[in-house]
Design a protein around this ligand. Structure first.
Ligand code: NAP
Ligand code: GDP
Length: 324
């Protein structure tokens, strides 16, 4: 397939290609048959280049000469890691994003698709949230470092378009989960941290400790769905303005409901304790996927219960090698 510039084959560089979403894109492209003739896909890990370092970023771009970039690399973590490390989330992500976007510009990359997140929206807002509301007020205080760094990608994309006409864009996923996620109990996102805790509580015959009240609401999206959608964005979505990639508002569930699905998937029958002395984070961040639906009215999402079961099965099977 020719690149959008029409100047040759499409060479897609995926930063953060070894992570949750990167592995899902790799699966969709290499195993599910999405790869087209003439396309070359490169999946990077931090071992190939530390993207906080400009020289290493330039060197890896020089080596692969991409025409297109899916930019996933970031410092990523769950609520409780954000609360401890707001400064690192801000500085690391600002550096990575500026290095990647500016190097892409300097080397004439046709298109870059970066990743924002639904947790970067204003804390005090009306619901549902849509793509026009990113910069309407301060983000939740628990993750303001990450949020401000991510918001700047949108600002930078607009500036590259304004000055150079580049169509660099961004997607806004809600809470993603799936195989190859970080299952660390202290630092991971809620579903995978809870899967690990549940696995151990069952094995050791102990209580499952859930942090917070279990009342907050989230829209969870299975990583393979995000993988398919990001490949579509790379090929077909032509706007600079970002697009929310999420299940619908009707699919929002409470943390407690999700915990119960994990207990069922792992056949955990013991006690579940909610530690209300710990923060709940944002109560909700209900996102509207109407823009996505206008483009892809028939896209089918993996039902949450099914995605949770697939991820639990993957975790049990890969326990020795999973990120814990
Ligand atoms: P992840 O599993 O933690 O993967 C992060 C990736 O970034 C890994 O491939 C990692 O490489 C790479 N990376 C981290 N620091 C790097 C550095 N200094 N230099 C080069 N590479 C570096 O994260 P993910 O969940 O796939 O997230 C991917 C993107 O989606 C991120 O931009 C994130 O903000 C966004 N996002 C995620 C979610 C979610 O719920 N997970 C929701 C919304 C948006 P190594 O593993 O090789 O070190
Ligand atoms: P968020 O959606 O950006 O807030 O990120 P998380 O994936 O970390 O989800 C946080 C929500 O899950 C909060 O309401 C937490 O109280 C709740 N939660 C319950 N147990 C855990 C846990 O073990 N780890 C994490 N990260 N969150 C948990």
């Amino acid at each position: 397939m020719a690149s959008q510039s029409g100047s040759g084959p499409m060479r897609v560089l995926v930063t953060g290609g070894s992570g949750l979403i990167g592995k899902a894109i790799e699966h969709v492209v290499m195993k599910d048959g999405e790869k087209r003739e003439g396309e070359h896909w490169i999946f990077l890990s931090s071992k190939d280049a530390n993207l906080m370092d400009l020289e290493q970023t330039r060197a890896v771009f020089e080596k692969h000469r991409p025409t297109h970039v899916i930019h996933l690399a970031a410092k990523v973590g769950g609520l409780y890691l954000h609360m401890r490390e707001n400064l690192y989330f801000l500085r690391d992500n600002l550096r990575i994003n500026d290095n990647v976007l500016q190097t892409a510009h300097a080397m004439g990359v046709t298109k870059v698709v970066s990743c924002l997140s639904s947790c970067i929206f204003p804390d005090k807002t009306t619901y549902p949230i849509d793509e026009t509301m990113i910069h309407n007020g301060p983000p939740h205080e628990s993750n303001y470092g990450y949020s401000h760094a991510k918001r700047m990608i949108d600002v930078q994309n607009r500036a590259y378009f304004g000055q150079y006409g580049h169509r660099y864009t961004a997607v806004i996923p809600t809470n993603v989960f799936g195989p190859h996620d970080n299952f660390n109990e202290d630092e991971g996102h809620v579903l995978t941290a809870i899967m690990n805790k549940t696995y151990k509580a069952k094995r050791d015959n102990t209580t499952l400790n859930v942090w917070g009240s279990g009342k907050p609401l989230r829209q969870f999206i299975f990583s393979m769905d995000i993988g398919r959608l990001m490949v579509w964005v790379l090929r077909e979505y032509d706007e600079v303005n970002p697009i929310i990639l999420s299940v619908g508002e009707e699919d929002e569930v409470s943390i407690q409901e999700a915990v119960e699905m994990i207990a069922e998937a792992l056949e955990f029958k013991g006690q579940i304790h909610y530690d209300t002395s710990l923060s709940d984070g944002q109560l909700k961040k209900t996102a509207n996927n109407a823009k996505l639906r206008r483009y892809l009215p028939d896209f089918t999402f993996t039902p949450l219960r099914e995605g949770i079961k697939l991820t639990c099965d993957w975790f049990v099977k890969n326990y020795e090698h999973a990120r814990t």
